[in-house]
Design a protein around this ligand. Structure first.
Ligand code: SF4
Ligand code: SF4
Length: 370
């Protein structure tokens, strides 16, 4: 439940900002705010996910601390956002994980998975430390075992993310039928793939400090496209295995390896860049209670990429067996924690952008008919 204190803080922010309106050119939050006079919890839930934490408003605000109004939009919206993550989480009891999904819990999960898989491998007679001369890691972990394990965990994660998104959509006042709006979907897809909002008209964001910089956009791009590229690599690998019957290790020049390598590099550069920016950011504009969640997501992405690339290079050595288990454990942990960690930011932010696109088209229609 949203605490009375946070609800009051959000409504105080909106009351002051809606009277001031100085920031209306900065981002969609302010333009959407101006179409409202009342700010219920659902409005705050939507607007907080529409905010991308660029901090332009904070540095321009005459009412930011030490002013008695203590206006701090990026921090207030960050606190509201994590509340929405808990509100939409499925199954409900897992909502607590957003506060426990720190680095220690993540690494412990990885360790448990490594221990379980290593024990299972020995019990089943697998030879973890043997050299597989053709580099075929399915001789260490059979393809059927890998497919079934990831199908189960992946399906659960996908279902949890889908239910979370649908809960968000209803909570912010939209009906499911509005999801079938091709124009708004196309606009939103363009916004997501270009990260146009982080571009801020070419100036970039006031992050990590007051000076404008495009670094946030480029490191987000590296992370997003790195993730996408790895997803394509996995899909192509599955296609080669099931449709083309290629059961051996993919060649270094094959599409799954090329996409996987490009994605792996993106998932090292992007998250490390974001982590460096986290170290330099103005702590006044963030909700520090979310640091553990951010760090665990960054560590998982980087660890998956490094172990994946090492696996490619060392696949014909005796280290391959251990690397396979460690890599799979990191990937499995990412899948398990995706619905309860920073990953959901991408889901609800996309939903907020879609709602914003729908709002604009409704406004245009009502002006045209007036
Ligand atoms: S953040 Fe400050 S300057 Fe911007 S609209 Fe709100 S009160 Fe005005
Ligand atoms: S921090 Fe940036 S995105 Fe968030 S409300 Fe302020 S100007 Fe908009």
């Amino acid at each position: 439940m949203l605490s009375a204190e946070l609800l009051e803080e959000g409504q105080h922010l909106m009351a002051v900002c809606n009277s001031c309106r100085y920031c209306e050119g900065f981002c969609a939050v302010w333009q959407s705010m101006e179409t409202r006079t009342v700010f219920e919890e659902k409005d705050l839930n939507y607007l907080s996910n529409l905010c991308h934490n660029c901090s332009e408003c904070y540095y321009s605000c005459q009412y930011s601390p030490p002013h008695e109004f203590a206006i701090n939009p990026p921090k207030t919206f960050a606190k509201l956002r994590v509340y929405t993550y808990e509100l939409y989480a499925w199954p409900g009891p897992m909502a607590k994980a957003f506060h426990r999904n720190g680095l220690k819990v993540t690494l412990l999960t990885v360790l448990i998975l490594v221990a379980v898989m290593t024990s299972a491998s020995f019990l089943l007679g697998g030879q973890l430390f043997m050299t597989v001369h053709d580099g075929n890691f399915y001789k260490i972990v059979p393809h059927s075992v890998m497919s079934i394990a990831f199908a189960v965990v992946g399906s659960f994660s996908a279902l949890a993310l889908l239910i979370g998104f649908l809960r968000f959509w209803r909570n912010v006042g939209e009906s499911y039928s509005t999801l079938a709006s091709p124009g708004a979907l196309a606009t939103t897809a363009k916004d997501i793939f270009t990260l146009v909002n982080l571009d801020n008209g070419g100036d970039g964001c006031s992050y990590p400090q007051e000076n404008s910089s495009e670094s946030l956009k480029w490191f987000h791009h590296a992370t997003f496209y790195g993730f996408l590229s790895c997803l394509i690599a996995t899909t192509l690998g599955a296609f080669d295995y099931f449709a083309l019957g290629q059961h051996g290790p993919p060649a270094f020049t094959s599409l799954p390896v090329i996409f996987g390598t490009v994605g792996g590099v993106g998932l090292i550069v992007g998250p490390i860049g974001l982590w460096i920016m986290m170290q330099r950011r103005n702590e006044e504009i963030v909700d520090k209670s979310q640091n553990g969640m951010d760090l665990s997501f960054i560590v998982l992405l980087v660890a998956i990429s490094i172990t994946g690339l090492l696996l490619l290079v060392l696949r014909q050595s005796a280290a391959m067996g251990s690397l396979v288990l460690i890599h799979l454990s990191f990937v499995m942990t990412l899948f398990l924690t995706m619905p309860y960690g920073r990953f959901v930011h991408g889901i609800y932010r996309s939903g907020a952008l879609l709602k914003w696109s729908l709002e604009r088209s409704r406004q245009a229609k009502s002006k045209a008919s007036a």
